[in-house]
Design a protein around this ligand. Structure first.
Ligand code: E4P
Length: 215
């Protein structure tokens, strides 16, 4: 399973890339706003830093406007993937973009029917927002399992990016469900590696090694 960072904070991305296991980045208008930097400048910098795909969202609400924005955003780096909201106009836009060879990530996905349409329209990625479903009393990971079954049933190549993760268990569940990618904030990424027993065990090994070490 691939790991993406869900942020527009360049320092976080650099820190994450340093571990050698980050495969891409997803941004959204909120992340860009939180970075406090001009849109094009920050997107270009992220695209240069990262080898893998970098999702960048369009904000127009009608298909033609989305397509025009996508053409512009697509110029910001070879690895740009255009994020399109899963509304009716978004489905149309994904079809148009895919005909032009612009890669797309169908975002704000909250049910499996939307994900089916995204795949039929030619989306390269779909992003179910599991944590936001959990927040309203649904089980977000059930959506991931449904999408996985549907895509497998019909051989769709659209990759599932599990998004809006809230804790490391979401990452584990995504891997068990066969999701292609998890996108997460730096905080969750770091939590994946933390275990008190690892720290305790390492401390013990080092103490014991000191007793027998010969210089
Ligand atoms: C995904 O691509 C989105 O940027 C993201 O995961 C949104 O999640 P949030 O609910 O943490 O804002």
């Amino acid at each position: 399973m691939k790991i993406f960072l869900d942020t527009a904070e360049v320092d976080d991305i650099k820190r994450g890339l340093d571990w050698g296991v980050v495969d891409g980045v997803t941004t959204n208008p909120t992340h860009i706003a939180n970075s406090g930097r001009p849109f094009k400048e920050v997107v270009k910098e992220i695209c240069e830093l990262v080898d893998g795909p970098v999702s960048v969202e369009v904000t127009s609400l009608e298909a033609q406007g989305m397509l025009e924005e996508a053409r512009e955003v697509n110029q910001l780096g070879d690895n740009v993937v255009v994020k399109v909201p899963l509304i009716k106009e978004g489905i149309k836009a994904i079809g148009l973009m895919s005909k032009e060879g612009i890669r797309t990530n169908a975002t704000l996905n909250f049910n499996a029917a939307q994900a089916l349409l995204a795949a039929k329209a030619g989306a390269d990625y779909v992003s179910p927002f599991v944590g936001r479903l959990d927040n309203v009393g649904q089980v977000g990971m059930d959506l991931v399992a449904q999408i996985k079954t549907i895509y497998d049933n019909y051989g769709f190549a659209t990759e599932i990016i599990v998004a809006a993760l809230r804790h490391p268990t979401h990452v584990l569940e995504s891997a068990l469900a066969g999701a292609d990618i998890c996108t997460m904030r730096m905080g969750i990424f770091e939590m994946l590696m933390d275990h008190p027993q690892t720290d305790k065990g390492l401390e013990q090994f080092l103490q014991d090694w000191e007793k027998v070490r010969v210089e």
